[in-house]
Design a protein around this ligand. Structure first.
Ligand SMILES: [Zn+2]
Length: 223
């Protein structure tokens, strides 16, 4: 993290750089959100009583992992002779790098960019974030930002007349995320045990917006 929705919106902002090759921008936006799927590993180890140390903002945010993923996708595109898969992989690498950079700049925590060779890099080690924000508002905001990201996608779909048949579903998802945003805005300040439920719905929401991103690739291609 930062909020997955912010990463997605960052991907949309990057569309100004003119990623005109097929599936390239799709890769950039998808890659901007992908690294935080390491939350699944955190959730698994939390639920099974394992050690969650060193799981978040480590391997999935490292140059080694990003480069390996790009190379693997490149090889797949060569074997299958589908150039757009290569475009997707290059975009993915670029998007993931942007994600890592944004985490380091705006998330007030360290990132293990050089995992597993070097400890985390933390620009914020001297800074203590306000209590109302840290592990509270920033978590509730996840859902608000996801709603905003989906809203942007739906606006582009309307503007370009793409993926129209998916719009009712995306509208439902936006309301779902707004509902979660308001609910957690209350829970984070009133219930110290909110974290477990948060983890579950956060992962569900992250999968939903990653799926929606791929599902709306025609819209993304038209941005
Ligand atoms: Zn992250």
């Amino acid at each position: 993290m930062a909020q997955a929705g912010i990463h997605g919106l960052m991907g949309i902002v990057l569309s100004n750089l003119n990623f005109k090759k097929e599936w390239l921008l799709l890769g950039v936006i998808f890659g901007n959100m992908l690294p935080d799927l390491d939350a699944v590993a955190v959730a698994y180890f939390t639920l099974t009583g394992g050690d969650t140390n060193g799981l978040h903002r480590t391997w999935s945010h490292s140059l080694l992992f990003i480069a390996s993923l790009v190379v693997i996708i490149y090889i797949i595109s060569k074997i299958r002779k589908v150039p757009r898969i290569r475009n997707f992989g290059i975009g993915l690498g670029f998007g993931m790098l942007t994600h890592v950079l944004m985490d380091m700049i705006i998330w007030f925590r360290g990132v293990e960019v050089f995992w597993p060779f070097y400890p985390e890099i933390n620009f914020w080690h001297f800074f203590i974030p306000p209590e109302w924000w840290y592990n509270k508002f920033e978590f509730a905001l996840e859902f608000g930002m996801m709603a905003l990201y989906l809203l942007f996608l739906s606006r582009f779909a309307l503007k370009h007349g793409t993926d129209i048949e998916y719009l009712p579903m995306i509208k439902t998802l936006i309301w779902f995320e707004i509902f979660l945003f308001i609910t957690f805005l209350i829970l984070v300040y009133t219930w110290s045990g909110f974290y477990f439920i948060f983890g579950g719905v956060y992962i569900l929401s992250l999968f939903l917006i990653l799926y929606t991103t791929i599902r709306m690739r025609k819209t993304i291609e038209s941005i």
